[in-house]
Design a protein around this ligand. Structure first.
Ligand code: PLP
Length: 390
């Protein structure tokens, strides 16, 4: 059976060119990048090249990149790292940390964990498209606010937050700004200096690199409390022997983005727009979740009246199509997505939603195949649904 992968927001395949770049660092160049002999120097040179590839992509300097095990660790390191240095600001009246209600669990659960330790966290509401109101942000700031952490773009509905404005507000109020850009990297042009971003999280496996590696950009002069203590790697901010092959893969992934940005983004947009029009024009009571324009180039997220997203996903899977009902992490849970509920959707509407995220390997023929399959499956499910009696 033909298989079509349209779940690139969950993870991406590792590109051949990236695998080829990584392979030597598993065997012939296996040295520890901290060692000062030739084996170590070869590994360390490769790590530094990757650091510079990442910095070029996001507009910082190489010294501002800390390698981690992925987006989750980068988020934890940024948020806890700053909070632990600001413990004395707890238990006052105002909010210490301002975030929003549709963050990925890597940020959301970290903030909830900190709440239990006495930090005050404001979870800003979002509008029906998933966008925060910057007036709410301004009103939530107090003298004890030390961190704003708002995602660049949402992993489920693809909505892009007003990052430039948030950065400006943070900088004018002397508050640090962290953004989880795991989904935005490779689809949005990022310039941390121009956008007043102090810390930014990214992950390799969403950009055609290997799993288990990521990075945190942290402004050079910014102090954070490390989470792991040990040999003092990464200037003491993240101890543990560096994952050289993974880092080389991440660096190569960033280099490929820099060299092919416009071509890839316009490819994603063409496919995304085609699937959005195919579905919303041909399936009655089908709706696009998230913002119609301010959305990730590769994200299409739909809701269908009278249908359960899980059944839809399973029936698509039977036709060889990989889609998702939510974020990769929550799709095995049965509760409605906190993101869709935050948009004001009813639980049954949230359950009737599905995400299709396209990637470099998709083509127009696949978009047509998936659109036809969706039409057929929605019809079938509605015929069986007690919620659908038109
Ligand atoms: N943040 C966002 C927005 C994500 O989409 C993801 C992954 O789904 C993560 C963080 C976690 O990244 P990782 O899987 O590299 O830990």
């Amino acid at each position: 059976m033909k298989q079509i992968y349209m779940d690139y927001a969950a993870t991406t395949p590792v590109e051949k060119e990236i695998i080829n770049a990584m392979v030597p660092f598993f065997n012939e160049k296996f040295g520890n990048p901290s060692s000062i002999h030739d084996f170590g120097i070869k590994a360390s040179d490769a790590v530094e090249k990757a650091r510079s590839n990442i910095s070029e992509l996001i507009g910082c300097i190489p010294e501002e990149i800390i390698f981690t095990s992925g987006g989750t660790e980068s988020d934890n390191l940024a948020i806890k790292g700053i909070s632990y240095l600001n413990k004395d600001k707890r238990n006052n009246d105002g909010f210490n940390i301002i975030t929003c209600s549709i963050e990925h669990p890597a940020v959301r659960e970290t903030c909830k964990f900190l709440e239990k330790q006495g930090f005050k966290v404001k979870f800003l509401p979002v509008d029906k498209y998933g966008i925060i109101d910057t007036n709410d942000l301004l009103e939530s700031i107090s003298k004890d606010t030390f961190l704003i952490t708002i995602m660049y773009a949402n992993n489920e509905i693809g909505t892009i937050e007003p990052i430039d404005e948030i950065g400006k507000i943070a900088s004018e109020n002397n508050i640090l700004f962290h953004t989880d850009a795991v989904q935005a990297v490779g689809k949005e042009e990022i310039d941390v200096k121009k956008q007043n971003i102090d810390m930014l999280s990214l992950s390799s496996h969403k950009i055609y690199g290997p799993k288990g590696v990521g990075a945190l950009y942290k402004r050079k002069d910014l102090k954070i409390q490390p989470l792991a203590h040990g040999g003092g790697h990464e200037k003491g901010f993240r101890s543990s022997t560096l994952n050289t092959p993974g880092i080389v893969g991440l660096g190569k992934a960033c280099e490929i983005i820099v060299n092919n940005f416009e071509k890839n983004v316009s490819h994603y947009k063409k496919l995304r727009d085609k699937i959005i029009s195919n579905i919303t024009e041909n399936i009655e009571e089908s709706y696009l979740n998230g913002h119609p324009e301010k959305r990730l180039a590769n994200n299409a997220h739909f809701r269908f009246t009278g249908i359960e997203g899980e059944s839809l996903q399973l029936m698509l899977d039977e036709k060889g199509i990989a889609a998702s009902t939510g974020s990769a992490c929550s799709s095995k849970k049965l509760e409605a997505s906190h993101v869709l509920l935050a948009l004001g959707l009813k639980p049954e509407e949230a359950h009737g939603s599905i995400r299709l995220s396209v990637g470099r390997n998709n083509n127009e023929e696949e978009i047509s195949y998936v659109s036809d399959a969706l039409q057929e499956v929605v019809k079938k499910l509605r015929n069986m649904s007690p919620l659908w009696n038109r």
